[in-house]
Design a protein around this ligand. Structure first.
Ligand SMILES: Cc1ncc(COP(=O)(O)O)c(C=O)c1O
Length: 401
């Protein structure tokens, strides 16, 4: 019997498979077996990509956009991204600042590879998206979590960030609106952090703005790069088409950064994926420049679902869920139901709870533990209101009998 542990790199053995993708895969396997699972674990819109974007891809394919492109992506597409960043985010960039990748996740990976040395510290406010710490570990870097609490709206105190910077961090990661908490960093907080960045020439910020359109209750999304031209030199803005245009499977994301960082990221990409699919890049021009009525309709629908899921969750004894201001996840505190037995099964933590709910109630959720928030579950509302109601009804029944 070969010992593969000895063959696999230490790098890969230091990371875990994505917890969210693992839960979704298990739910999909159960669905394939004919089990009626309500899948509240998904991280993607349930809407289909708008037809006009699909037709743009078909046309690009027929027009012969089937060859290699520049490693940073096609110039026309980078121009369209610059226009979007200027008009929607008030950020001025040239095409040489843009690197188009196979999804925002890939753009973040390129940024980490371009910036992080073994032993470097990267600050990540937690609870955080499960991929950041493991992507950092793949570079040999050390993720340093900045803990935030529900009482503070899952937002960090600038003093925590200042302390961590003083302790020698190289990169600060910002994810607003946030997966999993739905928190949205207010402009004042971002302005304060931008000032901190201005004062520390040795820190780089990576700002993941993939959920920028998903804000509710008057919350606004602002990019930290818009506050200071000096800080912007060391800010990498990450975004993509997956969530805004319901294009998760197309794999199209991008980064905007100062030229040396963008060039370094393009070099990483040039030696790995090369570039995203040519005709998908061409369709991105249509997605970014066409009127966004579809997006507005989608957001209105998410808003209604958000209110419904939060109100239903709060009706379950022992469960508390505050109203998220952004993204499409409810991040609910289930600690009041832990430490007890249900149907003969003792449940002591969020992983056991998520397993129990999937096995017994046929509802897929994601445990808070991998996000750095034991006692919580993340429930996606990127699913119809009827299924949300059915899912939460089943959870309530499983926990109250
Ligand atoms: C915070 C965050 N960033 C990035 C991504 C990845 O997006 P993409 O599909 O563009 O790779 C996700 C997907 O779930 C996410 O939640």
């Amino acid at each position: 019997m070969i010992n593969f542990d000895g063959l696999l790199s230490e790098r890969v053995r230091s990371i875990k498979p994505s917890a969210t993708l693992a839960t979704s895969a298990k739910a999909k396997r159960m669905l394939a077996q004919g089990i009626d699972v309500v899948n509240l674990s998904v991280g993607e819109p349930d809407f289909d990509t708008p037809e006009y974007i699909k037709y743009a891809a078909i046309k690009a394919l027929c027009d012969g956009w089937t060859k290699y492109t520049e490693e940073a992506g096609l110039l026309e597409v980078r121009k369209a991204i610059c226009k979007k960043l200027r008009e929607e985010n008030g950020l001025s960039y040239e095409p040489e600042n843009i690197v188009i990748s196979c999804g925002a996740k890939h753009a973040i990976f390129n940024a980490f590879q371009a910036l992080l040395n073994p032993g470097d510290k990267i600050l990540i406010p937690a609870p955080c998206w499960v991929s950041y710490p493991d992507m950092a570990r793949l570079c040999g870097a050390e993720p340093v979590l900045i803990h935030t609490t529900e009482e503070n709206g899952f937002l960090p105190d600038p003093a925590q960030i200042a302390d961590a910077i003083a302790n020698g961090a190289k990169v600060l990661l910002i994810n607003s609106p946030c997966n999993p908490t739905g928190s949205v960093w207010e402009p004042d907080l971002l302005k304060e952090v931008a000032k901190l960045v201005e004062r520390h020439d040795d820190i780089v910020v990576i700002t993941d703005e993939i959920y920028e359109k998903f804000v509710y209750d008057g919350a606004v999304h602002v990019s930290i790069a818009s506050f200071s031209e000096r800080a912007k030199e060391r800010i990498v803005v990450i975004n993509g088409l997956s969530k805004t245009f319901a294009m998760t499977g197309w794999r199209l994301g991008y980064a905007a950064a100062s030229k040396p960082i963008a060039q370094a990221m393009a070099k990483v990409q040039g030696q790995s994926a090369s570039h995203p699919t040519a005709f998908v890049q061409m369709a991105a021009i249509t997605a970014l420049s066409a009127p966004q009525d579809f997006v507005q309709k989608m957001i209105a629908e998410y808003d209604a679902r958000r209110r419904r899921i939060v109100s239903l969750l709060n009706e379950i004894p022992g469960v508390r869920c505050s109203m998220p201001k952004g993204a499409f996840y409810a991040f609910a505190n289930f600690s009041g139901v832990l430490g007890r037995s249900y149907d003969g099964v003792e449940i002591n933590n969020s992983i056991e709870l998520a397993d129990f709910l999937l096995e017994r109630a046929h509802v897929a959720t994601v445990a808070g533990e991998p996000f750095g928030a034991e006692g919580y579950l993340r429930l996606s509302y990127a699913i119809s209101i009827e299924r949300i109601e059915e899912g939460v009804r089943r959870i309530k029944e499983a926990l109250t009998g």
